[in-house]
Design a protein around this ligand. Sequence first.
Ligand code: G6P
Length: 608
Amino acid sequence: MCGVVGYIGHREALPLLLEGLKRLEYRGYDSAGIALLGGNKIHTIKSVGKIESLEKSLKGQSHKATLGIAHTRWATHGHPTSENAHPHLDCHGKIALVHNGIIENYEYLKAVLIEEGHTFSSDTDTEVLVHLIEKYYRRDLASAVRFALQEVEGTYGIVVCCAEEPDKLLVARDSSPILVGVGEGEYFVASDVSAVLEHTRKIIYLEDGEVAVVTRNGMITTTRESVPVKKKVEEIHWNLEMIEKKGYHHFMHKEIHEQPSSIRNALRGRVDEVNGWPRLGMFFEKQELLNQLKRIVVLACGTSWHAGLVGEYMMEEFARIPVEVEYASEFRYRNPILGDGTVAIAISQSGETADTLAAMREAKQRGATTLSIVNVVGSTISREAEGGVYLHAGPEIGVASTKAFTSELVVLYLITLSIARAGGMEKEKAQNMLLEVETLPERVETILQKEEEIVEIARLYKDTSNFLYLGRGYNFPVALEGALKLKEVSYIHAEGYPAAEMKHGPIALISPEMPVVFIATRDRAYGKVLTNIEEVKARGGRIIAIATEGDLTIQDKVDHVFFIPHTIDPLVPVLSVVPLQLLAYHIAVMKGCDVDKPRNLAKSVTVE
Ligand code: G6P
């Protein structure tokens, strides 16, 4: 997500901070900013877009400050504008702060602070933190930071400086990484080691709940409650490229492994278990709007379209609302019927896909209410939609979408429950369904731990020319997504089909040369899928099955089986897709393909 940098030492801070920010560019960002502290004054410079534009706005200026903080922002709350870019300042411009993470209770805190007379100048969740620190400031920045953090719910990695204490940086962490690089009479703070490695390989990692005071002479770490903590200096031996990918060889691999945390982020602050309601804000909490809802049209392309298909199954089953899932590119050229009571939901990781945007505009023009499910905050689709839900999955850099898909499924599930509750779903049922979705991060983790089993399967089938993916019910869109992942990154021809549809064509292709991947989890379609497995076996097909843990029946019927944990039917796709992402990834790597930038593909398709 965002990137954080800080410097305190004897050198000019500005070029060091700019260089640190550039090292964080690979993480994706939409705006950047710097605060320099010199002559007991804080000077901030912010800009939207690339770091070069920040550099341009600094041209000709000289800043001798030897202390500063900086930030690359990847918007989560508030559009990518200069006002929303960090660093944020308190009311008097004396305290500056950069933050990576999400303050979940910011709306409440902001209301209280405004009531107490604080003036806000951004739409961010972050700004409440700097005002809270201001509220507690009594000529001791460390105490003020500690007090402020005790009121905050959410995640943070922060660096703070204060004009009245010009020789220190305050650094703190909870669930968002932050580290301090140790130099000779100088310290480099960053959210990511790649930003400091040029200068030092000696690193002190802060743990959750720790607060550090960094001066030119040393660093003192305590807990938020002021209990002293002894820190260890670690020596880093990785190279920069390894670090940007967090030790993974490819962004796609890193992003597959990020899914436990990206799913957590999609759920963060959005589950009210007590009342059995998702908390999605706006449209989804307005009973009168939900009551008028008669039909949903989902508009999307590629992987997001597959997520939409799962959404259709969920919403029709639990919310009892008719749903159509449209290829955005087809929708606008076929004179669709829309009108009162129709809600069009555009799903897009990038929020910029030209066909999805055009389809959404068309839907709006024809009288539908438009909503969006988007990852990139402030993107065109999210701005033009009348309402929406962000994925908060963090930047997805690998061209083949992985973590955005599972986050889209989770958000669609929460939307389904909102509509279902408004339509009369009992509280207890909704509570149980919300509890179930919260178990997913851990379950995805257990799948990822068995990655080696997928590597073995990939090794056996990497030289195959064709693959067939079959699934039924909620797993039919997963079959489509599994096949799409394989073709995108390994260039192997793969087709996804509803398992029973196989008899109407693809069965002619079955042979030992064409492996068939069955997504055969223990859901209501299971019995039928077993029959389809027999049909393939009878024709000499080789079968890889994704099945539910403890399923002894399937083991004897297939050539390879990968077990995933049990969950309720509508959530199975979040789990069953993960081994298929890994299979595509490992086959592509074994074939020597350019996994993160497959030939001919683009991350964001902005042409129709
Ligand atoms: C491109 C990408 C796909 C993605 C599709 C839709 O084709 O390569 O991975 O699924 O666009 O992108 P969106 O950003 O709208 O979800």
